[in-house]
Design a protein. Structure first.
Lengths: 439, 439
C-alpha cells in the first residue's frame, strides 16, 4: 500500500517566515490558475490589452518606483550596462505595454488538438494542448522581463510566480501591482501574477523546492543564474541560453559568403547566446581564408584567440593585428564580447570532435559547398539548432516565426531550441467512450 | 566572460571507486551512442532481431544465472509476488525475446519531420526527431525490464545505462552480456548497453548526478523508487506511474454501464497504476447506485473504505459486507489491491475539488449522460488522461495504439500520459541557407 499526498511541497523540518511566505504565494497562484484555464482566447487577449493600457496610464508611478531602484543602483556603483537594463522611462514603459499587445496578437496554443484517432474498439482519443499550471520565472534586474513573462504565461493559461532580482524590487513591485489591479478589475484572481522579490535569495531557494505547487521553473539570465537553478531545483527546470557557438569553414566553402557570415555571426550583436564564439577552419582552405577573415574582423575590432596553426598562417600573411595565442580555456569560453577563438582542423571529423567536446548544444553552423559535408554536419552535430551556410544569429524564436520567445532551450527534454508559446504548455489525453470496459 | 565545461558531470570533491566506475560506464555509453545514431532503421531492427535470437539460443545460460538470484532470494525469504517477477524459465526468455521482435516491428520515430517551413528570407527550417542520447533506467528486480528497456532505447537511437535492482544481479548480468555480444558481432560498440547493478545503491546515487553524460533518467517501479529518483536527481527525470485514480458517478449516469465500468476499473487487473482507487458518487444517484455497486464489488472480493454518507446508504440497504469506515488517509492511498475508497459528493463541483486535492494526475473518469457534466469534467480535471464513460484501465500505451509503452508520465514536462517510442526521443532544428546573414 503506497501513500502519496499531492499538492504538498517537500519542506525539510522547520520552516522560516520566508519559506512560509513563498510557499503561500505559490499556493495562491496554483489556486488562482483554474479561473484562467477556463477563459477563452478573447477574454485572455482583453486582459492583456487592458494591462497594456494600464501600464501606459500609470507610467508616471512606475517611473517613480524605478527611480528608487536607480538611486540604490547608483549608490552601489552599478555597472553602466546593467543600469541601462534597469532603467525605465515613459518610452520604455510604452514599449513594455506594446510587448503585451504583441503577445495578445499571437495565436493561443491552448485547446489545439495535437493528435487524435478513433481506436478499433470505438474509443475516441484526442491529445489536446492545455496550460502547464504555475510557471516560475527567475531572472535578473530587467523590469521588462517581469511584464513579458507575465504576459506569455497568462496567454498560455498559466499563473506565474516572478522573481526578478532585488536591484529591481521597487520597479517590479510597481509593475506587478498594475497587472494585479487589472486582473481584479476584470473579475479574475490577482494571484494569477505574484512576485516574490521581497524575499531575496532565500525566496528563490524556497521556490526551487516548491514541487507540487510550481510546475516548471524557467531561469532567464547569465550562466551563473541558470546553473544555480538547474542544480538546486527539485521543480522541473527548462534550461536556457548558454551558447558556446561554433562555425566550421569547410574546405569547399564559398570564401566571400564565409567572411560575411562569420562577421555577421560575431558582430551583428554581441553579448547574445547565438553569437559566434569559436571559428573552426578546414586546413584545406585555412591559408586562403584566415587572412581575409582576420582582416575583416580586425576592422570590426574583434580580438582573435588563435591556435598555433592559425597563428602561423596569420603571421606569414602579416595579418596579426589583434591576434593572441589561444589557451585551452578559450575552447570552453562563451565570450559574449568582441573575442573569437580560432582553430585550424584537419578535416570535418576533427571539427565534429571539437564541437562534440566543447559545444553547449545551442547552435552550430557549417559553411560548405559540399553535399556530403553538409549532410554529415547536420546529422552528426547534436545541438538544438544546426545550420548550413547561414549566420548563427538566425537561431532565434522571432526569426523562426514564433512571434514571441521565452528563451532558447539547450536541454533535450520538453523543448529544444527557441521556445514559443506552445512550449509553455503541456498536453492531456481525452478519452471518450460509451460504456467501454477492457476485456 | 563565462566559462562552461561541457560533458563533465558535477562531482562533489573526492570521488569513490563506485563513482569512478559508474561515471566511466556512462561516459562509455555516451561515446558509443553516435555510432547508433547513424544507423538506418533496417540496421537497428536487424540488431534487435539478432538479440532476440541470441537470447533464445542462450536461454540455458540465462536461466542458470537466474537460478543464483532465486537461491539468494529464497535465502532472504523474498515475498512470492516479487519472486515470481524475478523468475526466468525458457518460456519467459522466449517471451522476452518476442518483446524485442515486437519493438523491431514498431515504426522508427528518428528522422520524422515534426514541423518545417520556408522562412520569408528563404531559409529552410525543419524540426526533426533525433535520439535523446543516453537514457538511464532505474527499476526493480524484473529481468524482463532489462531487455525491454534496452530494446526501446536502441530502437530510438539512444544508448542505455541499466540499473535493475541487486536481487536480479546475476540475471541482468547474463542478459546484458548476451545483448553486448550481439552488438559486437554486428560491429557496434558493446557500450551501447551498460549495466551498473554491481555498484549497488551507491551506483544509483552517482547515476542521478551524471549531468552531461546521461540525458534523461526514467524510474520504473514503486512509488518509493520513483520519489527517490525524482528528489535526488540532477539529471532530468521523467516521472512515471503513481496513480491514485478516481471514477465519478454523475447523477445522470447509466447505472448498468456504471457497475460494469467500476468493476472493470477496480478488478480487471489490480496492482497497476491505472486501476481505480477512489469512487466518488453524486448524491442524486447514491441511494440507487451504491447498493448495486457494492453488491457487485463484494462478489469480486473488494473491500470498501466508505465515508459516513455512503455507509449510511449501504447500511440502510443491507449491503454492508466488506465495508469499513474511510479515514482521511484513504483519500490519499493508491491501494494496488482489492480495496476501494468510496465517497458521496454533493455535486460535480465537490467531485472536482476532491480530485484536485487528492489525484496524482494520472487518470480520472466520469460516468454520465449529461453533456455539460462531461464537458466540464474533461476540461477541468488536470490529469494526464481524462475519460468519460470508459474504464480507467484503458489509460495505457498499448490500448492507445503506441505498440510499446515505456511508462505513463504523470509530469507535465516533455511527455504526459502513456509514453511510446517518440517520447524517448528529442528534436533538433535544421536551418539551411545560401549565405544568409541577419540584417
Amino acid at each position: 500500500m503506497s501513500i502519496k499526498v499531492t499538492g504538498t511541497p517537500q519542506t525539510h523540518g522547520t520552516s522560516s517566515p520566508v519559506e512560509e511566505a513563498v510557499l503561500a504565494a505559490a499556493a495562491a497562484a496554483k489556486a488562482a490558475q483554474p479561473a484562467l484555464a477556463r477563459l477563452t482566447r478573447d477574454r485572455k487577449d482583453a486582459v492583456l490589452l487592458a494591462m497594456a493600457d494600464a501600464l501606459v496610464a500609470r507610467a508616471e508611478e512606475i517611473v517613480a518606483a524605478n527611480a528608487l531602484d536607480l538611486a540604490a543602483a547608483d549608490d552601489a556603483g552599478m555597472e553602466a550596462g546593467l543600469r541601462d537594463r534597469l532603467l525605465l522611462d515613459p518610452a520604455r514603459v510604452a514599449a513594455i505595454a506594446q510587448q503585451l499587445r504583441d503577445t495578445a496578437a499571437l495565436p493561443d496554443p491552448v485547446g489545439e488538438v495535437e493528435r487524435g484517432s478513433l481506436l478499433r474498439n470505438g474509443l475516441e482519443l484526442r491529445q489536446v494542448r492545455v496550460p502547464i499550471g504555475v510557471v516560475g520565472m527567475v531572472y535578473e534586474a530587467r523590469p521588462n522581463v517581469t511584464v513579458d513573462a507575465a504576459g506569455l504565461a497568462l496567454k498560455s493559461g498559466s499563473a506565474v510566480v516572478l522573481r526578478g532580482g532585488s536591484a529591481a524590487l521597487h520597479s517590479n513591485t510597481a509593475l506587478i501591482a498594475v497587472l494585479r489591479d487589472v486582473l481584479q478589475a476584470q473579475d479574475l484572481p490577482a494571484d494569477l501574477v505574484v512576485g516574490i522579490d521581497q524575499h531575496g535569495r532565500e525566496g528563490v531557494g524556497v521556490l526551487m523546492t516548491a514541487r507540487g505547487l510550481v510546475d516548471v521553473l524557467i531561469p532567464r539570465g547569465g550562466a551563473g543564474l541558470i546553473a544555480r537553478v538547474v542544480e538546486g531545483s527539485t521543480v522541473p527546470v527548462i534550461e536556457t541560453g548558454t551558447g558556446n557557438t561554433h562555425v566550421f569553414v569547410d574546405a569547399s566553402a564559398d570564401l566571400e559568403q564565409a567572411v560575411e557570415i562569420i562577421e555577421n555571426a560575431k558582430t551583428q550583436r554581441i553579448g547574445v547566446c547565438n553569437a559566434l564564439e569559436t571559428l573552426l577552419v578546414h586546413r584545406g582552405i585555412a591559408e586562403r581564408a584566415l587572412p581575409v577573415i582576420a582582416a575583416r574582423l580586425a576592422a570590426d575590432g574583434v580580438a582573435l584567440h588563435a591556435d598555433e596553426a592559425s597563428r602561423g598562417i596569420l603571421e606569414a600573411s602579416g595579418t596579426i593585428a589583434r591576434v593572441s595565442p589561444a589557451t585551452p580555456a578559450d575552447w570552453e569560453t562563451e565570450y559574449l564580447s568582441l573575442d573569437l577563438a580560432v582553430k585550424v582542423v584537419e578535416d570535418l571529423d576533427e571539427a565534429l570532435a571539437h564541437i562534440r567536446t566543447y559545444s553547449t548544444g545551442h547552435t552550430e553552423s557549417i559553411l560548405t559547398r559540399d553535399l556530403e559535408s553538409q549532410r554529415r554536419f547536420l546529422a552528426e552535430v547534436d545541438s538544438a539548432v544546426v545550420m548550413a551556410n547561414a549566420s548563427t544569429r538566425f537561431s532565434d524564436g522571432g526569426e523562426f516565426g514564433f512571434g514571441a520567445e521565452i528563451g532558447i532551450s539547450t536541454q533535450k527534454l520538453h523543448a529544444r531550441g527557441p521556445m514559443g508559446l506552445p512550449e509553455l504548455t503541456t498536453t492531456k489525453w481525452i478519452v471518450v467512450g460509451q460504456g467501454h470496459v477492457r476485456p
